[in-house]
Design a protein around this ligand. Structure first.
Ligand code: NDP
Length: 490
């Protein structure tokens, strides 16, 4: 692996923080130190916003196809160094290397490629208005946008935010999570090499309550795109009100995953394990609530618990590893605290609920895949645990399944397993969520809008929806016949 970049990226240059402050970055496999990264505070964020503001006329004025070409080159470079990027993501986040390589890196390249292609295909429109007039609507970029990225999928989420923002002609100040900033800095290095003009993308690593808060409040920032907890999302809305900046929020979830009695049980067991245990359950769309028809519950759970307890935990760099550590000690402890919470409310731990006994993993942030039988009203069925932790409940009929599915404050993703086509469409219509998967779970694609309703946030990432969210409609009226209008005609 080449030397790990650990500075801020401002105005096309890698720089130390103005006050020289740094933050330690650890490998969650054994909590060893990887590096110290520069820590941005308000003055560094100001410098990044100024650089983005200076770059805006050039970038927004460039032919859309030229912007697209740079994004396409970036996608190619990411694929060319898939191994190194996957390794960096694995040591920084704990993602198993096979997922980092086959999912994170590939999806990241696909996202930049999609928006690279989109840049010169996202069109305005011409509206039929009064005789003698043409009215056309342009999609204009917003200006400087702020983007705040969490620690669970840093490489991929960076592409979800940068891709559409840049394709649309905005310039960006991004604050990655200080826990997992390394792959984002590598992307910045690639951008500099490829020839993105300086200041188009600026990376300020820092803490949420300082750098993040300052970015969200900044009067020169026209939009904030935030992914993280619902609680912090509310803070972002509050911070954004000074200049009425646009806000897009991708927040928590408590994905309902419903297994009907006519489901292909083998497929449902496999898919449900993927839904919750991929990335150690640290996903906003995780299927963290299993809602199973009582007729098939025993058979399903027997198979599911067996599968969960057979998942191979280990060093993320081992290609055999299926589940790595959680991303930080703090977060591991938070997830484990939900085991006590579950038991206090009378839930039963069917498997897991503790750190693995393997001494090779004792220094890391590992938790065994955990399956808990709980009531739908229990805290573990209502709150986002954000770990390899699934709560299980049963239902008698479709109406009850739907009632349980819709009884949390969240509305991000949900899934259902059935062979009945009519039931599938009806349920997909009735589940309160931004995304529903039928006989699958957690599928994403850069063309398909991603986001939620309720306390899961608003606005969408990906697809044409994201391009809309990163642009303003500008309506232009042309008096083609040069008519002198009647109002004050003399
Ligand atoms: P946060 O929402 O606190 O953090 C997400 C990002 O926002 C980080 O970059 C963070 O920086 C930043 N941030 C924090 N406070 C502010 C602020 N006042 N202004 C601007 N930016 C801010 O999530 P946590 O990391 O604390 O995780 C807690 C829980 O949130 C998880 O257990 C999970 O339930 C949920 N979560 C959901 C995610 C999703 O994908 N929807 C992603 C991450 C978390 P910093 O790291 O310095 O705090």
């Amino acid at each position: 692996m080449s030397a790990i970049q650990n500075k801020l990226f401002i105005g096309g240059k890698f720089v130390d923080a103005k006050d020289g402050a740094t933050i330690a970055v650890h490998n969650p496999h054994d909590n060893s130190l990887i590096t110290h990264v520069a820590e941005a505070k308000a003055a560094d964020v100001d410098a990044a916003v100024d650089a983005a503001e200076r770059a805006f006329p050039l970038w927004s004025g460039m032919a859309a196809a030229e912007r697209g070409k740079l994004l396409l080159k970036l996608a190619d470079r990411i694929e060319a160094e898939a191994d190194a990027l996957a390794q960096l993501e694995a040591i920084d986040t704990g993602h198993p290397i096979r997922d980092a390589k086959n999912i994170d890196v590939l999806r990241t390249a696909a996202c930049y490629r999609y928006f690279g292609g989109m840049a010169d295909k996202f069109q305005g429109s011409v509206i039929p208005v009064d005789a003698g007039f043409i009215n056309y609507v342009q999609r204009a970029p917003i200006g400087v946008v702020g983007q705040i990225v969490p620690w669970n999928f840093p490489l991929m989420f960076t592409s979800w935010k940068l891709g559409p923002a840049l394709a649309a002609g905005n310039t960006v100040v991004m604050k990655p999570s200080e826990i997992t900033p390394l792959s984002t800095l590598r992307i910045a290095e690639l951008m500099a090499e490829i020839g993105f003009p300086e200041g188009v993308v600026n990376i300020v690593i820092g803490y949420g309550h300082t750098a993040g808060q300052h970015l969200a409040e900044h009067p020169k920032v026209g939009k904030i795109s935030f992914t993280g907890s619902t609680e912090t999302g509310r803070r972002i809305v509050e911070a954004s009100k000074g200049n009425l900046k646009r806000v897009q929020l991708e927040l928590g979830g408590k994905g309902a995953n419903i297994v009907f009695d006519d489901a292909n049980l083998i497929a449902a067991v496999n898919g449900s394990a993927w839904a919750i245990f991929h990335n150690q359950g640290q996903a906003c769309i995780a299927g963290s609530r299993l809602i199973i028809h009582e007729k098939v519950a025993d058979e399903f759970l027997e198979r599911f618990v067996k599968l969960a307890s057979s998942i191979r935990l280990g060093n993320p760099l081992d290609p055999e590893t299926e589940m790595g550590p959680l991303t930080s000690t703090l977060h591991r402890d938070r997830v484990l605290s939900y085991v006590d919470i579950a038991q206090q409310q009378g839930a039963t731990i069917l498997t897991g609920g503790k750190a693995p006994s393997n001494p090779d993993l004792s220094k890391g942030c590992y938790i065994e895949p955990t399956v808990v039988r709980a009531k739908p009203t229990d805290r573990v069925s209502q709150e986002e645990v954000f770990g390899p932790f699934v709560s299980v409940t049963t239902f008698k009929d479709d109406a009850e399944a739907l009632q349980i599915a819709n009884m949390t404050e969240y509305g991000l993703g949900g899934g259902l397993w059935t062979r009945d086509l009519s039931r599938a469409h009806k349920m997909a219509r009735e589940i309160r969520a931004g995304m529903v998967w039928v006989n699958s779970y957690k599928r994403v694609n850069p063309g398909s809008p991603f986001g939620g309703v309720g306390q899961s946030g608003y606005g969408r990432e990906m697809g044409f929806e994201a391009m809309h969210d990163y642009t303003e409609a500008k309506s232009v009226w042309v008096n083609v016949d040069a008519q002198i209008l009647p109002h004050f005609k003399r």
